[in-house]
Design a protein around this ligand. Structure first.
Ligand SMILES: NC(=O)c1ccc[n+]([C@@H]2O[C@H](COP(=O)([O-])OP(=O)(O)OC[C@H]3O[C@@H](n4cnc5c(N)ncnc54)[C@H](OP(=O)(O)O)[C@@H]3O)[C@@H](O)[C@H]2O)c1
Length: 257
C-alpha cells in the first residue's frame, strides 16, 4: 500500500460521524467515503435504500418534525457515544411548475422544515458532543447559495438561503470552541432525488433533458462521489483553517455562469 493509499484509508479512524439523508445520493456517497477513511458512521432517513452503505448504522426517522429530528439526533449520539463530524445533508425539492403564485403556505413551510429547520433541530442537541470532541466539524448541504431560483423551486431556494445564513452564524458562534462549520453548494448532481426532479421538470416544461446542461460551463451533471470528496476534505484536518466557507461544486454554475 502506498503512503497516499494508507492516508486515504486511515484519515478518519476514530472519528464518529452522523449524516442526515445518508440513505442514498450525496449523503450515502459521503457516508461511504468516510467509512472508507476508517470512520464510524450513523446515517438517518425515512427509508433504507439499496444504496445505503452496509457499513453504516441506519436510524429510521423523519427529521422534518421537531420530535423526529430530536429523536434521531439523540439516538445517533447514544449509538456513537460522542460526535466529531455532523453532515446536515437531508433536503428535498418539490418543483411547482405553475410558478411562484401557485406555491401554497403549506408548501413554503414544508420546504423550510426539511431544508432548514431540520438542520437546526438536529444540530442543537449535538452541540455539547461536538464541543467535547476537540476537533468538531459540521458541513451543511445547501443549494444555489443566495442565487435567485426559478419560480418552480422558489420555496426550496428560500429555505436553503436560510440554511446559508444559519450556517455562517453557527460558524461564528462555534469558532471559539474549535468547531468548524462550512457549507457545500452542489450544482446539478446525478442522484435519485435530483434525477426524479429533473424528469418532472423536463416533462412539465416540454424541454429535452440536455437543455438542463446549457448553463453548466463544464457541460455535465456532477456525481455524488464528487460531492462526497469535497465534504470529506472540509471535515478533515486538511481543512483545519477553513470555517464559514461556502464551497460550490457545480461545474462552474453559479460562479462563472
Ligand atoms: N442532487 C442535486 O442536484 C442537488 C443540487 C443542489 C442541492 N442538493 C442538496 O443535496 C442534498 C442531498 O440531495 P440528493 O440529491 O442526494 O437527494 P436524494 O437522492 O433525494 O437524497 C435525499 C436524502 O434525504 C433523505 N430525506 C429526505 N427527506 C427526509 C426527511 N423528511 N427526513 C429524513 N430524511 C429525509 C432521503 O431519504 P428518505 O426520502 O428515505 O427520507 C435521502 O436519504 C439535499 O439537501 C439537496 O437539497 C442536491
Amino acid at each position: 500500500m502506498t503512503r497516499a493509499m494508507q492516508a486515504y484509508a486511515t484519515e478518519f479512524q476514530g472519528k464518529k460521524v452522523f449524516i442526515t439523508g445518508g440513505s442514498r445520493g450525496i449523503g450515502a456517497a459521503t457516508a461511504q467515503r468516510l467509512l472508507d477513511g476508517g470512520a464510524t458512521v450513523v446515517v438517518t432517513a425515512r427509508t433504507r435504500h439499496a444504496q445505503t452503505p452496509a457499513g453504516a448504522t441506519f436510524i429510521e426517522g423523519d427529521i422534518s418534525t421537531p420530535t423526529g429530528a430530536h429523536a434521531v439526533a439523540t439516538d445517533a449520539l447514544r449509538l456513537l457515544g460522542g460526535l466529531d463530524i455532523l453532515v446536515n445533508n437531508a433536503g428535498a425539492a418539490a418543483p411547482k411548475l405553475q410558478g411562484l403564485e401557485s406555491i401554497t403556505d403549506t408548501e413554503w413551510l414544508d420546504a423550510l422544515m426539511i431544508n432548514f429547520m431540520s438542520a437546526v433541530r438536529v444540530t442543537n442537541p449535538l452541540l455539547p458532543a461536538l464541543r467535547a470532541s476537540g476537533s468538531g466539524a459540521i458541513v451543511n448541504v445547501s443549494a444555489g447559495g443566495l442565487l435567485p431560483f426559478y419560480g418552480f423551486l422558489a420555496q426550496y431556494g428560500a429555505a436553503k438561503a436560510a440554511l446559508n445564513s444559519y450556517t455562517r452564524s453557527l460558524a461564528k458562534e462555534l469558532a471559539p470552541a474549535g468547531i468548524r462549520v462550512n457549507l457545500v453548494t452542489p450544482g446539478s448532481i446525478t442522484t435519485p432525488g435530483a434525477d426524479e426532479g429533473r424528469k418532472l421538470l423536463t416533462a412539465g416544461l416540454g424541454i429535452a433533458p440536455e437543455h438542463l446542461l446549457g448553463g453548466i460551463p463544464l457541460g455535465r451533471h456532477g456525481t455524488a462521489e464528487e460531492l462526497a470528496e469535497t465534504i470529506a476534505f472540509l471535515v478533515s484536518d486538511r481543512a483545519a483553517y477553513i470555517t464559514g466557507h461556502n464551497q460550490f461544486i457545480s461545474g462552474g454554475f453559479g460562479e462563472i455562469a
